[in-house]
Write a protein that binds this ligand. Structure first.
Ligand code: BMP
Length: 259
């Protein structure tokens, strides 16, 4: 199983720029011009300290995919970064595929999908499309919020073995079997990061959101086994986003060096 284009790209960028930070640019300004300008200003300021830009659905709904979003993705690519669409795809195959095609056409390098829909007639179409185009698919394995316990955190009967297993561990195994480009595990569940790492053995990188505002620690998440940290409000709501990005970057790098 070789490294996919996306996995290789983000790995190379993070090595070159010495950073493991993915910026979640979840801005919500109502006015389109203000929103677009703020996105570009923040991206410009923090670009030396991040390896990827992640956009979410509210931003894509407010701006135009073919205009402002495309432009923002081009700017990110100009800075040498990769781009991730936080699509959290969760539908049947033809709808997932039609959605993924639009995001990939706009210039996104990877997207996030939910494994709850399964492979057959769920995410099979998206993985095939991504693989043909050298794009990435990142799977949710355990989310960061409290209510994640009700789904990702529950104990289920594994349909393959008939034995009781934690749902998120089955998702981590699917990430390996499906050759996913990454998994998301919340920084608020350190022991879940460690268990996921034990399953993935470094073959599929772990992206961890939930640091700072949601209560997780960048240092502890990295020590537990996270490869990349997803950070939003701690950076874009800061009085000095550049300084905040640099400081989270430094915290993650020093935790990595001590690991
Ligand atoms: P913040 O650093 O502001 O808490 O933002 C975290 C980002 O990661 C948001 O874009 C959110 O949608 C996303 N995210 C998360 O917080 N927890 C998850 O389990 C999965 C996510 O994608």
């Amino acid at each position: 199983m070789g490294l996919s284009t996306f996995k290789r790209s983000i790995n190379q960028i993070s090595e070159r720029l010495k950073t493991r930070i993915v910026l979640a640019l979840d801005l919500t300004d109502h006015d389109r011009t203000t929103l677009s300008t703020r996105c570009i200003d923040i991206l410009e300021g923090v670009s030396p300290y991040i390896c990827a830009l992640k956009l979410n659905r509210p931003l894509v709904l407010r701006l135009c995919l073919d205009r402002e979003i495309k432009n923002l993705l081009e700017r990110a690519h100009d800075f040498g970064l990769v781009t991730i669409m936080d699509a959290k795809l969760n539908d049947v195959a033809h709808t997932n595929l039609a959605t993924a095609v639009q995001y990939f056409d706009a210039g996104f390098d990877a997207l996030i999908a939910s494994p709850f829909v399964g492979w057959d007639g769920g995410l099979d179409s998206v993985f095939r499309e991504a693989s043909t185009r050298g794009k990435g698919v990142i799977l949710l394995v355990h989310m960061s919020h409290k209510g994640a316990a009700e789904g990702y955190g529950q104990t289920v009967i594994d349909i393959k073995t008939g034995r009781e297993r934690p749902q998120f561990m089955i998702f981590a195994e699917k990430a390996l079997a499906w050759d996913a480009d990454g998994v998301v595990v919340g920084a608020t569940h350190l022991e879940k990061i460690t268990s996921t790492r034990a399953i993935l053995q470094g073959k599929v990188p772990i992206y961890s959101p939930g640091i700072a505002v949601q209560g997780g620690s960048a240092k502890e998440a990295v020590k537990a086994g996270a490869d990349y940290l997803i950070a939003g409000r701690a950076i874009y709501n800061s009085t000095n986003p550049t300084e905040s990005a640099r400081s989270i970057r430094d915290e993650a790098i020093s935790a990595l060096e001590r690991n």
